[in-house]
Design a binder for this molecule. Sequence first.
Ligand SMILES: CC(C)(COP(=O)(O)OP(=O)(O)OC[C@H]1O[C@@H](n2cnc3c(N)ncnc32)[C@H](O)[C@@H]1OP(=O)(O)O)[C@@H](O)C(=O)NCCC(=O)NCCS
Length: 198
Amino acid sequence: MVATVGPMRHSTSLVWRTAAPDDAEAVARLHADSWRRLYRGAYADAFLDGDVVADRLAVWSARLAAPAGSVTVLAEDGPDLAGFVHVVLDEGGRWGSLVDNLHVTASRHRGGIGAELMARAAQAVLAQAATPTMYLWVLAQNTAAQGFYRAVGGVPVERGLVAPPGGVPQRLHGAPAKLRFSWPDAAPLAARLDAPPC
Ligand SMILES: CC(C)(COP(=O)(O)OP(=O)(O)OC[C@H]1O[C@@H](n2cnc3c(N)ncnc32)[C@H](O)[C@@H]1OP(=O)(O)O)[C@@H](O)C(=O)NCCC(=O)NCCS
């Protein structure tokens, strides 16, 4: 599948780099903000309005302290985090590497940052994973993200049920569904990027 969006077109002031342990708080804040905006209805209001920042901080502190087998790429504009992507290499058997999280700051949507983060995720998969295949899960209600994933070459292949964050059932609202998107070959997505992997 060939990605259908054009060349990279975000601000040239952006810096792309691999995340370090000190980045946990900024990543957690963006992740929590994104969930609060988009996951209402799937995640419980009490969770989103309550300890979601603490939950994400615990997750990101642990991940960035021990990043073996994963890659987290940040897009920064000066002191501001503009977006991030997290890939777990060779996580999914025949589905390949898992793009576990992709979030762009709300005020910067549709600026090309998400497409470049996906291209950098694809680069990391090609460079470090055993197979060029990658996949992700997206909430069924998140139709905007599904439009984005289609635009960068992803194909919806199956439906499943969302697991509760942190394994806590009370953090879910009902039984929300999710869709698996697959990229059988990350190469066309990675090829959209001229820069070397960071
Ligand atoms: C989904 C997300 C990562 C996309 O990043 P982005 O920087 O806004 O997207 P881009 O500007 O790179 O978009 C590239 C192309 O994808 C498509 N696209 C992007 N957003 C879209 C939307 N809301 N609806 C339909 N197509 C969309 C378009 O074809 C777009 O190209 P165009 O703007 O020239 O038309 C971003 O909107 C985001 O962080 N959303 C909130 C968090 C989220 O839903 N993450 C996914 C969790 S699984």
